[in-house]
Design a protein around this ligand. Sequence first.
Ligand code: CTP
Length: 406
Amino acid sequence: MTHSFAGKRIVVGVTGSIAAFKVAGWVSALAKEEALVDVVMTVAATKFVSPLTFGSLSGRPVYEDMFSAEQEGTISHIGLSREADCILIAPATAHTIARLAYGLADDLLSTTVLAARIPVIICPAMNVQMYGHPATARNMKILKDFGYLVIEPESGLMACGEEGSGRLPEWEKVAEYVLREISAKDLDGQRVLVTAGPTREPSDPVRFLSNRSSGKMGYALARTAFRRGAEVTLISGPTTQQPPAGVELIKVTTAMDMHQEVMARYQDKSVIVKAAAVSDFRCATQSDQKIKKDRSSLVMELEQNPDILKELGALRDHDRQLLIGFAAESSNIEEEGRKKLLGKGLDLIAVNDISSSTCGFEVDNNQITLIDSSGVKKLLHTSKIKTADLIWDHVVTNKMLKPARP
Ligand code: CTP
């Protein structure tokens, strides 16, 4: 099950802040992903961005006035929320937040929210002092108590020239929260630990041993687990991947660092996925100074790193924790996979076919074979994000998850 915006109906409520112009880009992004976007604007919002702009980007009518919308017979405030998958209010001004907190129903947006029985996501954006005022804090708490999801604003330089909290976040982050709200939460209550990326084993202050892992597969697993409702911790070696929204990110460098972080955090997790390409060896000694080329050859002694996955296989609680490993193989995929499944005490292994240059290391696609006690399943050759969803689908449909915490 791929989590996407295609075919989803999203009501975007735009209120009167300069950040409204940013939301025009959000509506455009949603429309490109084939969502049906119904934009509802407050009167103040129309002073910042024209309804024509939003209508041109969504390709659908834009709603402003409660009475004209109903008179035209297009759609009612009840109908708007009844047919939608969620309401996203962005930017949400202090004024709108206060009106929603007090249940006012004096315009189309507030009545639409009041009549809604679908997820409501609020993205506050305002001057830093207004955001910090106790009235705003109290009103936001009321909205959270209603069960609305409030995505906290970010810090930075604001349009008013002041610096602090109150800026609208970027769409890449908000999109993840919206996807989570409109998706089937089949990992709800699960606490997922994912490791990703390569490790680096330094030999001196400027050099290290590493491998070609980009971290894409592990990041895709973390991102999709969050979308499906899990609480996710990602322990990552050095990568250029963007931190996934909503995910706790722990950055590490060496295999020993990764070992330490995993051991400190695995115990309360219900699913552990080791997608990282951990260096099997590290330099036995590290020079404090840069190693010079004043010799004709150089022999470096390596010593073995702990096999973190194997250790987890022995330590984890089988009744409470699902353990998933990865392997990179260029031949005898099934045989090698089965050997690691048994040898490391795993529930499931995802074997990566690295024999072709179109999948595996550094590229966006993967060809994975899943092996567990029930058999072998070859997944489609597809993007890493879709592959991650297919792995979670396998775990869910085969009822491999352990009971979620109460
Ligand atoms: N792994 C680990 N700690 C290590 C090495 C590997 O946790 N020191 C984990 C990886 O995160 C991955 C799996 O083990 O989930 C890969 O197993 P490994 O035996 O290292 O696979 P390959 O690198 O493919 O092994 P080999 O080179 O022996 O085929």
